[in-house]
Ligand binder design. Structure first.
Ligand code: NAG
Ligand code: NAG
Ligand code: NAG
Ligand code: NAG
Ligand code: NAG
Ligand code: NAG
Length: 294
């Protein structure tokens, strides 16, 4: 049977599991451009990559390695000025049917209007867990760090080390959690003016093309699960790791909880858990759990 768990079992049986040390990645070694050709432009010795969108296509890159849990940091400077209609992404996704996904998406806006940081989680091909936030800074003038922590207990989305969202493993309550399919890291920019800005009202103005977002200081500390013979596990140095890395058990301490509450109470602009119109028969079950345990 071709099921995610049987595939995963094969992966575990036949392939190596490596632990990466925390160290900076190199875009030349660690990613492939999977669309957009020269619109994805690696520079600075592999430390930076800029992705462009023009009226023909966007562009994107995907990691060579696959990961099952880890900490994934990326510094991103988003499209400046008029970015309405554009979507810039940084996400993790498994391959094949019934996929799992952990998403950061950045929805552009007209000059001077705020971006939205859009987050979502897919388990076994099912998403519908969107939460959106306004950033507390202008994400187009400087690089800011966007982090996914993914361990067997929870997923934490962080911006500049401030947790904005947590999604816990509630399998004990019958709620799915992505923990059996390895994922790759993806980043892309594309035209989504049918929905991205003010629900699709504000269109991409191609006068301003190309639209360019830049990525740098890619840093992965993770468990790699794949057959690659390359020595790289999302970074240029790989060693077996004997001690437990912080991300493996990371949760939210009192200070983190306070920060998360601040973001959620003041900057959250959409929460699927309170969209009663969309879920007239009741919101998904994790929404009924206490806030930090959702
Ligand atoms: C990479 O991240 C780890 C934490 O996971 C941190 O200790 C390390 O300093 C970072 N390295 C770079 C080059 O940013
Ligand atoms: C790629 O980046 C380099 C360095 O930033 C720049 O000089 C060059 O014009 C860029 N190429 C393209 C095709 O955008
Ligand atoms: C796309 O942009 C180029 C460069 O600005 C322009 O010459 C071309 O006409 C545009 N094509 C379309 C289909 O809009
Ligand atoms: C675009 O944004 C940059 C930096 O945010 C600013 O310096 C520049 O003047 C802007 N350009 C236009 C045409 O608004
Ligand atoms: C764009 O700006 C408008 C007006 O300030 C705001 O309502 C909207 O949420 C912003 N973001 C997006 C992605 O539409
Ligand atoms: C696109 O931008 C140009 C240059 O600022 C402006 O003249 C034009 O009206 C804009 N188009 C739309 C549809 O807003």
């Amino acid at each position: 049977m071709y099921t995610p768990s049987s595939v995963m079992l094969l992966v575990l049986v036949f392939m190596t599991i490596l632990m990466a040390t925390a160290s900076a990645g190199n875009f030349y070694q660690d990613v492939q451009v999977y669309f957009g050709d020269e619109r994805a432009n690696i520079s600075d010795g592999g430390n930076s990559v800029c992705l462009s969108l023009d009226n023909i296509t966007g562009s994107g890159f995907v990691s060579n390695r696959e990961y099952l849990f880890g900490r994934f940091d990326m510094h991103i400077k988003l499209v400046p000025n008029d970015s309405a209609g554009t979507v810039t992404t940084y996400y993790l996704s498994s391959q094949g049917p019934n996929h799992d996904e952990i998403d950061f998406e950045f929805l552009g806006n007209a000059t001077g209007q705020p971006y939205k940081i859009h987050t979502n989680i897919y388990c076994n091909g099912q998403g519908n867990r969107e939460q959106q936030f306004f950033p507390w800074f202008d994400p187009t003038t400087e690089f800011h760090e966007y982090t996914v922590i993914w361990n067997p207990q929870r997923i934490i989305f962080m911006v500049d080390d401030i947790p904005i969202r947590v999604f816990n493993n509630n399998e004990a309550f019958g709620i799915p959690f992505p923990n059996s399919q390895a994922m790759k890291i993806y980043s892309s920019i594309w035209n989504a003016d049918s929905w991205a800005t003010e629900g699709g009202l504000v269109k991409t103005n191609w006068t301003y093309a190309p639209f360019t977002a830049c990525y740098r200081d890619f840093n992965v500390s993770a468990t790699c699960v794949d057959s690659s013979e390359s020595s790289s596990c999302g970074s240029s140095n790989t060693n077996s790791q004997t001690s437990v890395a912080a991300w493996e058990t990371q949760g939210l301490d009192a200070e983190d909880q306070e920060k998360l509450m601040w973001v959620q109470n003041t900057l959250m602009v959409y929460n699927y858990c309170t969209d009663y119109k969309r879920f007239p028969d009741g919101c998904p079950p994790e929404c009924n759990r206490p806030r930090f345990l959702q």
